[in-house]
Ligand binder design. Structure first.
Ligand code: IVH
Length: 714
C-alpha cells in the first residue's frame, strides 16, 4: 500500500536530515555513529521514496550528492581547488543479484561487444586525487564534495609509498591518478594505543584514522601515522591506453602504488569466484577492505556506458557483509554511566575481528539481553558497526551447554549498592544515587572536562586519581586546585601540573552553550545545549523557566524539557552552579556581533595550540576584523604562535621576515572589552535575536539525537 503523501514527505525530510548528519560525522568528523550498512539502507529507503514520490525529489537531496569531506562549519584549514574532472563515488550493493544486474545492463548497452571486467579490492580508506605533471607530484586533493577538494599535498608527500617523482620516462606529461589513503591495522593499533595512553579518544576504525590523519595540520605528524596509498583510477586527456588494467600496470611501472590483487574476469561466474575468494581471504590482509569493485575494463566501453549524475555506469561496488566472529561469553559486567544508567557489557574470549582483537561487546539493556537469550558460557556472533564497541548479533544455540542459566539483571548498583530503579517507559535500569555513587560522580567529571564541554586536559585516569585523593568531587572543585595538591598525584611533575592548571584557567573562557552541555543534564547533548543557551540567554533564565516554557522552546520535546526542569530543581545542582559562577565560569551567552576593529585588514596565520580552542581563536580574529589564513605569504601580517607551533611555518615566517607574536601579545593587541570573556551577563544585554535562530544543521542534529543514532547521552 502506498504511504500517505504527507507521511512520505515527513519521512523524506527526516531521512535527508539523518543522512546529511551521518555524512558529516563520517566525512568531516571522522567519527561515524551509524554503520555503513545502516547508512546504505537509509539511503536506499530515501531513493525509493523519491522515486515513488518524484514531486518531493530535490537536487539538494543527499541521493544526488556525494558525501563531502569539506568542513563547512569552520573556516577552511586547507586551500581548496576545483577538481579538473569531477570526483564521483560508486553505486554499491550488498546483493550479488545486483552485480548480475549490473553485468546484464552493461551487456545490453554494449550489444555484440566483447568486453571484460577488472575486479579489484575495495580499499577502506579515504579517497585521494594525485596530479602529476612532467613526472612530478604537483597536487593532492581530497574528494571534498566531488567538485572541489582540500589541498593536502604537503601531507600526502609524507606518505612513504607515494612517489614525488616518477621513474622511467614514458608517462603522460599531465595526468591524474586517484586512489585511497588507508591505515594498515598495525599502524592503527599503534596509534590508538598511543591515543589511549595520552587520554585522547581512540579512532573508531582504520578508515576514520586515515581520513583524520590526512587532514592533520602538521605534516610532520602525518609522517608518523604510517599511512599508505593504493591507486586505482587514472584520468587524463588522451591517455595512451586501451584498458583500465593497462593504465594501472603502466602506473605501477612508473613507481606508483597499485594493488597486485586485481584480476581480469570474463564472466559473472568468475566475478563471483573473485568475490567469494576475497570475502574469506580479506581476513588475512594487513589492511581493511569493505568489498570488491567491478569495472568494465575497456576504456572505450567505459566511455560508451558513461555516468549517472552520481556514479559511473561502468563500475559497481559489492560490499561485504560486516565481518562476524564466533566467540564465548566469559562474564557480564554491569557498567554505570554518568547519568546512572546501567549497561550490561559482555566480556568475551578475545577474538580477531576486522583486524583488531575484540574482548568486550555491549548488550545495551535488560530487554536486549532477554531478546538475545544470552547466557554466560554461550557462544555468540560479534559484529562491528560504525562504533568502537562491537555488538552481539546472535547466540549459537547449537553450541549451548544445557546447564547454562539465564543471568539475572542486578537489583542493586554494582558500584554503590543502591537499589536500581526503572521507569515504565525506559529501557534501562538506573542507580538513583546521583550524589553518592562514585562511578556516576567520576563519569560526570569526565564529561565536564571533555573536549566539547570545558576542554580541560584530563581523561579517565586523571579523574580517577583526583577523585581517589578527594581533590575533585564536583566540577567546581577543578577551579580550587593548586599546584601543591596536584603534585600529590602519582607520577605528576611540575610541568604536568602547570599545563593542567593552565587548561583549567583557560576553560573559564568556555562559551555558555558549552558550559551548559558540560553540566551533563540528561538528554541535553551539544546541539540541545546550544538551542537552549541561545533561547534563554543565561542560566538563571533557564532555571526560572517553567516546564511549559521549556517545552515551547524550538526542538525541545517533553522528555528534554522535563529533564532540564528537574535538573534545576535539584539542590546539589544549584549549589554546583553557584560555585561555578563564583569560579568565573560563563553562565550567560556571549555577544555575537563583531567585537571590534583592532585587527582590521590583518591576515593572521595561526599555528600551535592556545589557551582557547583553535576555532574559538579564529572567531576572535574574525570578531576583531582580521582574517585567519593557513599559509604564510608576503601578505601575512603576523604569525600567531601558540604552544608547539608548526616548525615549517616558523621557518617560513623567518624566511619571509614575517613577525611572530605570542598569544599574550595578541590578547593585549585586541581591546580588553572584546576578549572572549565578553558576555551579555557582564554588559547587561540580552543575547541578540538572531542567535536564537536554530539552523538547519542543528535541526538535523536533533533528528539524529531523537532517533538515538548519534550522541552519547544515555
Ligand atoms: S573506483 C569513478 N576502485 O570506494 C569511481 N574505488 O564506495 C572511481 N574505493 O569512491 C572509483 N577501492 O573512494 C574504485 N578499487 C577501487 C576502490 C574504490 C576503494 C573507494 C572510492 C570510491 C568508494 C565507493
Amino acid at each position: 500500500m502506498k504511504m500517505e503523501k504527507t507521511q512520505a514527505y515527513t519521512r523524506i525530510l527526516e531521512l535527508r536530515g539523518i543522512i546529511d548528519e551521518a555524512n558529516r560525522r563520517y566525512y568531516v568528523e571522522n567519527a561515524p555513529t551509524i554503520s555503513d550498512r545502516d547508512f546504505d539502507f537509509l539511503m536506499k529507503e530515501l531513493e525509493a521514496l523519491e522515486r515513488e514520490y518524484p514531486e518531493f525529489d530535490s537536487p539538494d537531496s543527499p541521493t544526488h550528492r556525494v558525501g563531502s569531506d569539506l568542513d563547512a562549519t569552520v573556516q577552511k584549514e586547507f586551500k581548496q581547488y576545483p577538481h579538473k574532472y569531477q570526483m564521483l563515488s560508486l553505486g554499491n550493493t550488498y546483493d550479488i543479484s545486483e552485480v548480475v544486474d549490473f553485468s546484464d545492463r552493461a551487456s545490453r548497452l554494449l550489444p555484440g561487444k566483447n568486453f571484460t571486467y577488472s575486479c579489484e579490492l575495495k580499499f577502506d580508506g579515504t579517497a585521494i586525487c594525485l596530479s602529476y605533471s612532467k613526472g612530478r607530484l604537483v597536487r593532492a586533493l581530497t574528494r571534498g564534495d566531488g567538485q572541489v577538494g582540500d589541498d593536502v599535498t604537503a601531507n600526502v608527500k609524507k606518505i612513504s609509498n607515494i612517489p614525488q617523482s616518477l621513474k622511467g620516462g614514458n608517462y603522460p606529461e599531465e595526468f591524474e591518478i586517484r586512489g585511497e589513503i588507508y591505515m594498515p591495522y598495525s599502524a592503527f593499533d599503534r596509534l590508538n594505543e598511543e591515543r589511549t595512553r595520552d587520554e585522547e579518544q581512540p579512532f573508531a576504525n582504520p578508515r576514520n584514522a586515515a581520513s583524520g590523519s590526512l587532514k592533520l595540520l602538521d605534516s610532520a605528524e602525518v609522517a608518523k601515522r604510517g599511512l599508505e596509498c593504493t591507486l586505482y583510477h587514472m584520468v587524463g586527456e588522451a591517455l595512451p591506453f586501451k584498458t583500465h588494467s593497462e593504465a594501472l600496470d603502466a602506473a605501477q611501472s612508473w613507481g606508483l602504488p597499485v594493488s597486485d590483487k586485481r584480476r581480469i574476469c570474463k564472466t559473472i561466474g568468475e566475478i563471483q569466484d573473485y568475490i567469494n575468494y576475497w570475502d574469506t581471504e580479506r581476513k588475512a590482509l594487513p589492511f581493511a577492505t569493505d568489498g570488491v569493485v567491478i569495472k568494465v575494463n575497456e576504456l572505450e566501453y567505459q566511455k560508451d556506458l558513461g555516468y549517472t549524475a552520481k556514479f559511473p555506469r561502468w563500475a559497481v561496488a559489492y560490499k561485504f557483509k560486516a565481518e562476524q566472529a564466533l566467540t564465548q561469553v566469559k562474564s557480564i559486567d554491569y557498567q554505570v554511566g554518568r547519568t546512572g544508567a546501567v549497561t550490561p557489557v559482555a566480556n568475551l574470549d578475545p577474538v580477531l575481528l576486522s583486524g583488531t582483537t575484540v574482548k568486550r561487546a555491549t548488550l545495551h539493556n535488560e530487554d536486549q539481553m532477554r531478546l538475545l537469550d544470552i547466557r554466560i558460557g554461550d557462544y555468540v556472533y560479534v559484529e562491528k558497526g560504525g562504533e568502537i564497541i562491537p555488538k552481539i548479533t546472535s547466540v549459537e544455540l547449537s553450541m549451548r551447554n544445557a546447564a547454562l542459566k539465564a543471568p539475572e539483571f542486578p537489583k542493586v548498583c554494582p558500584d554503590c549498592g543502591c537499589t536500581l530503579v526503572k521507569d515504565e517507559d525506559e529501557a534501562k535500569w538506573f542507580c538513583p544515587n546521583r550524589e553518592g555513587c562514585p562511578t556516576q560522580i567520576k563519569g560526570r567529571l569526565v564529561h565536564f572536562v571533555s573536549r566539547k564541554a570545558m576542554n580541560i586536559l584530563a581523561g579517565d585516569a586523571t579523574i580517577d586519581q583526583l577523585y581517589a585523593l578527594g581533590l575533585v568531587k564536583s566540577p567546581a572543585d577543578f577551579y580550587g586546585l593548586d599546584k601543591a595538591s596536584l603534585l600529590r598525584l602519582e607520577g605528576w611533575k611540575d610541568k604536568m601540573a602547570e599545563r593542567f592548571l593552565k587548561s583549567i584557567d583557560a576553560s573559564r573562557n568556555t562559551p555558555f552553550e558549552n558550559v551548559l552541555f558540560a553540566l551533563g543534564i540528561r538528554y541535553v547533548g551539544e546541539t540541545t545545549a546550544k538551542v537552549i543557551a541561545r533561547h534563554f540567554g543565561n542560566v538563571d533564565a533557564i532555571a526560572a523557566a517553567s516546564l511549559e516554557e521549556l517545552r515551547e522552546t524550538e526542538d525541545v520535546g517533553d522528555v528534554i524539557a522535563e529533564s532540564v526542569y528537574n535538573f534545576f530543581r535539584n539542590e546539589a545542582n544549584i549549589n554546583d552552579i553557584a560555585r561555578l559562577r563564583a569560579a568565573g565560569i560563563h553562565l550567560a551567552a556571549e555577544r555575537e556581533e563583531t567585537a571590534g576593529d583592532a585587527l582590521d585588514g590583518k591576515v593572521i596565520v595561526i599555528t600551535g595550540t592556545y589557551s582557547v580552542p583553535r576555532d574559538r581563536m579564529k572567531k576572535i580574529i574574525e570578531e576583531n576584523g582580521g582574517k585567519s589564513s593557513s599559509s604564510i605569504s608576503s601578505k601575512t601580517s603576523f604569525v600567531l604562535a601558540g604552544e608547539k607551533p608548526g616548525p615549517e611555518k616558523m621557518k617560513k615566517a623567518e624566511e619571509l621576515g614575517v613577525k611572530v607574536i605570542s598569544e599574550e601579545e595578541f590578547m593585549a593587541m585586541i581591546h580588553p572589552a572584546q576578549n572572549p570573556v565578553q558576555n551579555s551577563e557582564q554588559n547587561g544585554e540580552p543575547a541578540p535575536a538572531e542567535s536564537q535562530a536554530v539552523t538547519q544543521q542543528e535541526k538535523i542534529y536533533k533528528i539524529g539525537e531523537q532517533m538515538s543514532l548519534f550522541g552519547d547521552e544515555e
